[in-house]
Design a protein around this ligand. Sequence first.
Ligand code: AMP
Length: 444
Amino acid sequence: MTDVTFSSLGVAEPILRALAAENYTHPTPIQSKAIPALLAGRDLLGIAQTGTGKTAAFGIPLLQGLSVGHVPPQPKQAKALILAPTRELAVQIEESLRSYGRFLNLRMTVILGGVNQNTQIRNMSKGVDILVATPGRLLDLVQQKQVRLDGVTHFIVDEADRMLDMGFIRDVRKLVAYIPKQRQSMLFSATMPEDIARLVHEMMNNPERIEVAPQGKTADRIAQSLYFVPMPQKRQLLSELMKDVALNRVIVFTRTKHGANRVAEHLTKTGVVAEAIHGNKSQNARQRALDLFRTGKARVLVATDIAARGIDIDDISHVINFELPNEPESYVHRIGRTARAGGEGVAISFCDASERGYLKDIERVIRMKIPVVAHELPDLTEEQKRQMDEPRRPHGHRHGKPGHKPGGPRGAAGDNPHAPKKRNGSRAHWNRSRDNAGRRANSA
Ligand code: AMP
């Protein structure tokens, strides 16, 4: 937070009132930099991860720009278009804009895939000031001539790197072709891969570039720790960790949808209220799971990367990487779920021998070694031994890099100095050094 106030940045009174109601006393660094540039009409390239306050950074000037000298939208038109990679993020952006703009009289709607299009078409019939959309469904409706983009004056692409990961960049490019060249453009991305840099070059006009955290650097308010644990024992370790009441609002990440279901089922069986969200669930089921988690009725949300993208839930006490992501940037995104809006957070990762390659990639990107928690595992059960011998599907079938073969042989301790030492039936001491791990990790 800075000494600057929203008022000194030129934010108008009705928005100031809404921000006060949200308890936003001071702008975050990205807001202090972005708001004046955007109010002055500049294009903006924001290199920032979630949790920095980027939604308000573009949302406040957008609301202000649209409300000053407000001209009502034409039928089927949107004056501002915000593209988000996931349905949850789109919904969340709209909710945020509604609250920042609650004293303004602007019409907003959301267009998403996975739900019936008729309501969306109806919502667009009179036109809106702000449209938040995922690219696929929007392109579909534009091609059906149910939505017109020829009146767009403000264009925003959020989480562009994730759009790229999810294969949406082509749709984004196609949509850009429908939007007038004369417009204000903003693009936000946590990382700047070459494809995004090219898109920026194509769609922006001499943008103001704002970088709030060095690329790939993890938030240093997050205490990170790592458990080396064979895959068949991860669920057991998770249950042990969950005995600690400090883990009161936990997101557990898995790599696959199936894995998310299995972990949620396991937790539920052990008496921990858990909900799973992933791409195979209907939009309603996802929203229900999110609501249960948000209201504290579910203590754990088990999610895949894509489903969790952009979820904005405050006070997440712990992020647990049940499986390491095969893309190091996803690790940064995942742990960014905790320690939002100035809070502190804890991120715990489980690493199986087969995930050592992923770990190496992650540590290279975050430029630090994640502190390892020494612990002892109970003996493997016969069932677990059997699981370790089973061939597994290769990791990362979605984003897998060809030829990238992390780690050693499946389940082998390999060169892991913290591999299980006791195999003689003594009692488990899972969390012996957890206090250490809970402390802030130094980002070297
Ligand atoms: P974002 O990066 O936009 O997802 O925002 C991350 C979180 O910070 C959200 O929970 C916002 O409600 C919150 N937030 C954004 N700006 C501020 C601010 N100036 N003061 C306090 N909280 C904020």
